[in-house]
Each structure stands twice: as structure tokens, then as C-alpha cells.
Design a protein around this ligand. Structure first.
Ligand code: FES
Length: 178
């Protein structure tokens, strides 16, 4: 605001020397005052406004994950489970409260190998992801390892798995105890 006052004083002194130029300057100065004070007003008003945030989650309901059925086979028993597409097989065991002794002991942090599962050759080919080096290292320590073994915490549920029977080994080996 101090700068604006200086401009006004300058215009006032010019008015005495040249009335024509002074009118032009006066108009320019008025414009400057108007836009500057408007900007100050807007800024003040904005500052006083309560801050509002909008969540897109309210506007867009979450898409429901498709659910399929997967059967875990343990010691000859078939344990059916509802599985959400996109979840890990470890999540399926947990969400369905399936009592598999020691299964998923490290909670999916890839450090125990207790979530070892055995697939058929056909199933193994269909699984969307290949095992990483870390998973293979952990599988080396798994109980009853076979060529089609995977860790349940690393395998995502896909639609193709609907109705699958997946074998749970008879025992577990916790890599953290080795
Ligand atoms: S839950 Fe431990 S490695 Fe999968």
C-alpha cells in the first residue's frame, strides 16, 4: 500500500504541471488502485474462508473385487474358500479363517516359507507372475519342495483360479528357524 501512496503523490505533482497528462495518469493510477485493492480484498476474503477439501472416494464408490472359489487341499481334505481377485493366496487363507498350522508366519514379508503351496503343472503355467529370486531363495527352504511350488504370499488370485484345488504341504518349515 505504501507504493500506491507514492504513485498517488507523484500523479498529484504532475497534475499541476500538465492537466492533460495528469488526466491520463490519474486514470492509470485509478486502475492500479482498483486492481490492487481488489487483489488485496480477494486475498483477505480467501484467507477468511474455511478450508474445504473434497474426497473423490465419496463421488466414486470403490469397485467391488470379483470373488471366486479356491479349494485348499490338506491331508486329503478339501477346504473351500472365497477369494477376491487381486488378493494374495495368503490373504485368502487369513480372510477365510482357515486353520493351517504355522501358515503365513511372517505375514507375507517373504522371510519364512511357511506359506508354501503346491500347484499342478497346468496351474503353475497359468499363474500370472513368475517367482522372483527372493521367492526362489525362500522356496529352497520350504518343506516338501517340488518344481511347481510357490509361496502363497507371492501369488495373486486371478479369475482363472476359480474352482482350483491347491495342495497345502503336510508340514511347514519356517526359514527363520533354520
Ligand atoms: S508368509 Fe512368510 S514367506 Fe510367505
Amino acid at each position: 500500500m505504501a507504493e500506491l501512496a507514492t504513485v498517488a503523490m507523484h500523479v498529484d505533482s504532475r497534475e499541476k504541471s500538465s492537466p492533460h497528462r495528469s488526466r491520463k495518469m490519474n486514470f492509470a493510477c485509478k486502475k492500479l488502485f482498483t486492481s490492487a485493492s481488489r487483489a488485496l480484498l480477494v486475498r483477505k476474503n480467501l484467507k477468511d474462508l474455511p478450508l474445504k477439501t473434497f474426497s473423490t472416494e465419496i463421488l466414486q464408490p470403490k469397485a467391488q473385487k470379483e470373488t471366486i472359489t479356491i479349494n485348499f487341499m490338506k491331508n486329503g481334505s478339501k477346504i473351500p474358500a472365497k477369494a477376491k481377485v487381486g488378493d494374495h493366496l495368503l490373504d485368502v487363507v487369513i480372510d477365510n479363517d482357515i486353520d493351517l498350522d504355522g501358515f503365513g508366519a511372517c505375514e507375507g514379508t517373504l522371510s519364512c516359507s511357511t506359506c508354501h503351496l503346491i500347484f499342478t503343472d497346468e496351474q503353475f503355467k497359468i499363474i500370472g507372475t513368475k517367482p522372483t529370486d527372493e521367492e526362489l531363495d525362500m522356496l529352497d527352504l520350504a518343506y516338501d519342495l517340488v518344481d511347481t511350488s510357490r509361496l502363497g504370499c507371492q501369488v495373486f488370485v486371478t479369475k482363472e483360479m476359480n474352482g482350483w484345488e491347491i495342495e497345502v504341504p503336510a508340514g511347514v518349515s519356517d526359514a527363520r528357524d533354520v
